[in-house]
Design a protein around this ligand. Structure first.
Ligand code: GUN
Length: 295
């Protein structure tokens, strides 16, 4: 293996430590801590794990957290009522509706019902707009923000580089491409209709894969020698029950310069950035000056 690991566990631990001490200081001075409320509809096994991990991290940092669990047949009206109550609750700083939602619920309506000031996911139309005009007062979606911070932590240059993003979701692909563009990369977004995928990925200095369709489909033949490869996907292999990504780690790690493992790469950075956004929401809502330049 030649690739150096982009270690999400190690990198996120630095953020966790600085958030912890920030919250301790804020708690002493203002006698309150940030609060994140997560709404979980139904029993999606992956969502249950994600929500549990978010809660664990909150606890570790000193953020107060609450999970509101609703049955999978909950009406859209009832869900909107729950969100409206949280929007008005001054003790709640961040509201996150875990996705995906059951098919009878309109995800777009729900996402946009969350107050933009509490939308720590950065999915609300106001925050999407702010990201695209470069208005720093909004919230940036946690996964792309985490990837950007990870590349920064390893001093990987983005300016002038050719970046290829695989996937065009509003959770990862689109905001990721925009962040790379803002950092002066030349960006290509590929998706399920892209022709000659391999030719495009092979040209990437930085390849960010967020497809989650077929485990290990990005083989070394898709990757340029010395490229930086970031794997966002988490696919459970039914035979081994292990989590794997889009990228075939074994072959790609022989030619990439840096790459993320799955698990332990992007995942921990996503959760760290959720903590980042929750703290940002708390500080803004309480008019507390931000003394941590990272947030
Ligand atoms: N489901 C998968 N990723 C995410 C995420 O980042 N936020 C929410 N709310 N749901 C998700």
């Amino acid at each position: 293996m030649v690739a150096k690991l982009l270690d999400g566990k190690k990198t996120s631990a630095k953020y966790v430590e600085s958030f912890k001490s920030l919250i301790e200081r804020v708690k002493l001075k203002y006698k309150k801590v940030p609060k994140l409320t997560v709404i979980l509809v139904g029993e999606n096994p992956a969502s249950l794990i994600y929500v549990k991990n978010k809660q664990k991290r909150c606890e570790e940092i000193g953020i107060s957290s609450e999970v509101i669990r609703l049955k999978k047949d909950v009406s859209q009206k009832k869900l909107l009522e729950v969100i409206s109550k949280l929007n008005k609750d001054k003790k709640v700083n961040g509201v996150l509706v875990q996705l995906p939602l059951p098919s009878h619920i309109d995800e777009e309506v729900i996402i946009n019902a969350v107050s933009p000031e509490k939308d720590v996911d950065g999915f609300n139309v106001i925050n999407k707009g702010k990201l695209f005009i470069g208005d720093k007062s909004g919230f940036i979606p946690c996964t792309p923000l985490g990837i950007l911070k990870m590349l920064g932590n390893y001093k990987i240059k983005i300016d002038g580089k050719k970046v290829v993003v695989l996937g065009r979701s509003f959770i990862v692909g689109k905001p990721m491409a925009e962040l790379m563009l803002q950092n002066n990369a030349t960006v290509t977004i590929c998706h399920s209709h892209t022709k000659n995928l391999k030719d495009i990925t092979k040209s990437a200095d930085i390849l960010i894969s967020a497809m989650g369709v077929k485990a290990g489909m990005i083989k070394s033949s898709y990757v340029k020698d010395g490229a930086v490869v970031v794997d966002v996907a988490m696919i459970r292999n039914p035979a081994t029950n292990k989590l794997v990504g889009d990228v075939d780690f074994k072959s790609v790690s022989k030619i990439a310069s840096y790459m993320t493992p799955v698990p332990g790469g992007v995942g921990p950075m996503t959760i760290a950035m959720l903590m980042n956004n929750t703290i940002k929401a708390f500080l803004t809502q309480n008019n507390i000056e931000n003394e941590d330049t990272q947030i």
